[in-house]
Design a protein around this ligand. Structure first.
Ligand code: ADP
Length: 586
């Protein structure tokens, strides 16, 4: 698919027309000097649309810096999505308005094409809560949306995949620290294929020293600046006059700074030292946070090109297995043809890789994935979770025995799966040790009876029920049912339900899973983070996306009604990269 990728920034609009099959760029360009009396976004986008062959384009991918809490993945743009991105403007006042301008203009000019938003923040959607929260008053922070979101997602995820490919390992088996060192800079710790720590926070100002941005700063220093300079001037100083430029007084280009440092300029030397020191601190912190690291990946203009900076960052880290090979580092040149170079010694237990990033390709691949799918494909966000209490399914014969010949179930409440309902009718379950009253019958009637209880219920009844997928009752546990019209002893039918996710085939496609797969679902951000393994995927045309767990499981994760979990999947963007662990049904 031929995808036009537009990166509409505050002062420039970059574009690239990419063929996702060959992964080649067909045309590349940038329109600079936007604002400040120069070109408008409108003029810039029109200029780009004149430069590329419009008849070739099949989809347009737009970089959007801030997706807030709302967007977890690449999303097909419609009016509602535009409105929701607009709502994220207060979170990224410098970036999102420019991104939106690009989206509006491109949609006007190319109304018949699918437009897809790719969010910088999306890759960090699974940050654990220990990494999300700042230690602020929780209510205040939540009211104002102040938390860590993270940025540079397409770059971190792209280089992580490339690193895994290069190392011939599953991404999910690796602990990586990826360092995107460009004009903006951020570090990311990646575990199980997901971002678990990242240095940029609420805005792209936090973390590493950048070209003109300050990175980490005592909030007290910010207050002091605000008192002296006012809010707007402080904003300008921290975003545009700090970082390498502020320290060196020589502008933000590291090449110039390195040249001046070599010539003896002390501020240039200081800038380089402070920069490298910040990156080293993050490497140490992230290695500790993950309890180890398998590879460190450097990318971005500085990470890819400055051997000197790489050496300063990585020297004397042999105590935890990082050993830079001076010659390999000096000679490393990454390119489209050679996108990965290992710069560590053979003895290093942590690999150090220089990887050429390609955020545009990542954006194009994600755009193609969304554009190819039906517009109704659900963006693979969190899976809604339903908590099933103990319940009974009956067949015609057991219904007759328990409620009387020819009796019918009456609807108490419809359930989320179409056609399924909780009935008014209830029964008593009787086991060798005890009994449980008031157990809800679910309708409609089935081919054979099936009784689903939790482990805790098993103790109460004194039975040992096997964990089974629905319908697989052969050889399951016996139980006695007592209804208003009679008692029925079943030799089998009692199970502890195997946790599962109902999915429509479109959902399965969106998540990249198939009927019968077992996946993991992570519950994060609540009171008790928990990852459920062995979750069975069940796909059928009539299913609505929903994970079903029992009350014990819900309590273990401190879940309440309306909760959601993240399916640990890997979008099939780069086929060779990490594959979902697949085991067939028991
Ligand atoms: P952006 O974040 O704007 O995409 P880049 O990833 O292109 O930026 O990174 C720009 C930075 O990379 C600049 O600071 C530039 O000086 C630095 N850089 C590029 N090439 C070299 C080089 N050969 N040596 C040192 N620094 C370099």
């Amino acid at each position: 698919m031929k995808v036009l990728v537009i990166n509409c920034g505050s002062s420039s609009v970059k574009y690239r027309l990419i063929d996702t099959e060959t992964r080649m760029a067909l045309s590349v360009g940038v329109v600079e000097r936007i604002g400040d009396g120069g070109t408008s976004h409108r003029a810039a986008v029109s200029e780009i649309l004149e430069r590329v062959d419009l008849t070739e384009i099949e989809a347009v991918g737009h970089r959007v810096v801030h997706g807030g809490e709302r967007f977890h993945d690449a999303t097909l743009i419609d009016d509602q999505v535009v409105a929701a991105i607009e709502e994220c403007v207060p979170l990224a006042p410098l970036h999102n308005p420019a991104n939106l301008a690009g989206i509006r203009l491109a949609r006007e000019a190319l109304p018949s094409l699918p437009h897809v938003a790719i969010f910088d923040t999306a890759f960090h959607r699974r940050l654990p809560r220990r990494a999300i929260h700042y230690a602020l008053d929780l209510d205040l922070a939540q009211r104002l949306g102040i938390r860590r979101y993270g940025f540079h997602g397409p770059s971190h995820s792209y280089v992580a995949r490339r690193a895994a490919e290069y190392l011939e390992r599953d991404l999910e088996d690796l602990r990586l620290i990826t360092l995107h060192l460009g004009n903006g800079a951020s570090a990311c710790a990646i575990e199980l294929g997901a971002s678990v720590e990242t240095s940029m926070g609420l805005t792209p100002l936090e973390g590493l020293v950048m070209g003109t941005r300050c990175g980490d700063l005592d909030p007290g220093a910010v207050l002091q600046l605000v008192r002296e300079l006012g809010v707007d001037e402080t904003d300008r100083v921290l975003n545009r006059e700090s970082g390498l430029a502020g320290l060196s007084g020589l502008g933000n280009d590291l090449r110039d700074i390195e040249e001046q440092a070599a010539a003896g300029n002390d501020r240039a030397r200081l800038a380089i030292t402070v920069y490298a020191h910040a990156v080293r601190r993050y490497i140490g912190a992230y290695a500790a946070a993950m309890g180890g690291v398998d590879a460190i990946v450097l990318t971005g203009g500085i990470g890819e090109n400055s051997a000197q900076m790489r050496r300063r960052i990585l020297q004397q880290l042999d105590f935890f297995g990082v050993r830079l090979d001076e010659d390999r580092n000096h000679d490393a040149r990454v390119s489209a043809e050679v996108p990965v170079v290992d710069v560590s010694t053979d003895r290093a237990s942590v690999r150090t890789l220089v990887v050429k990033t390609n955020e545009e390709l990542m954006t194009a691949l994600q755009t193609a994935r969304v554009a190819r799918g039906d517009t109704e494909v659900r963006s693979p966000g969190p899976v809604p979770i339903a908590i099933s209490g103990r319940h009974v399914h009956l067949d015609r014969a057991s219904m007759d025995a328990l409620f009387g010949e020819g009796s019918e179930l009456t609807v108490y409440k419809n359930l989320s799966q179409p056609g399924q309902y909780a009935a008014r009718e209830t029964l008593t379950l009787v086991g060798p040790r005890g009994q449980i009253e008031g157990v809800r019958v679910l309708g409609p009637l089935r081919k054979s009876p099936q009784i689903e209880i939790s482990r805790t219920d098993e103790f109460a009844l004194g039975v040992d029920a096997p964990i089974r997928a629905s319908g697989k009752t052969q050889g399951s546990a016996p139980v006695t049912l007592v209804g208003p019209a009679g008692t029925l002893h079943l030799n089998e039918g009692l199970i502890c339900a195997w946790r599962h996710i109902h999915m429509h085939p479109k959902d399965a496609e969106a998540y990249g899973v198939e009927n019968g797969d077992e996946v993991e679902v992570a519950i994060q951000g609540g009171e008790r983070d928990l990852t459920f393994g062995d979750v069975l995927v069940r796909v059928k045309d009539s299913y609505v996306l929903e994970m079903h767990i029992d009350t014990d499981e819900a309590n273990a994760a401190e879940l309440s009604r309306g909760a959601g979990g993240d399916l640990l999947y890997d979008p099939p963007d780069i086929a060779a990269a990490a594959s979902l662990e697949r085991r067939r049904t028991r």
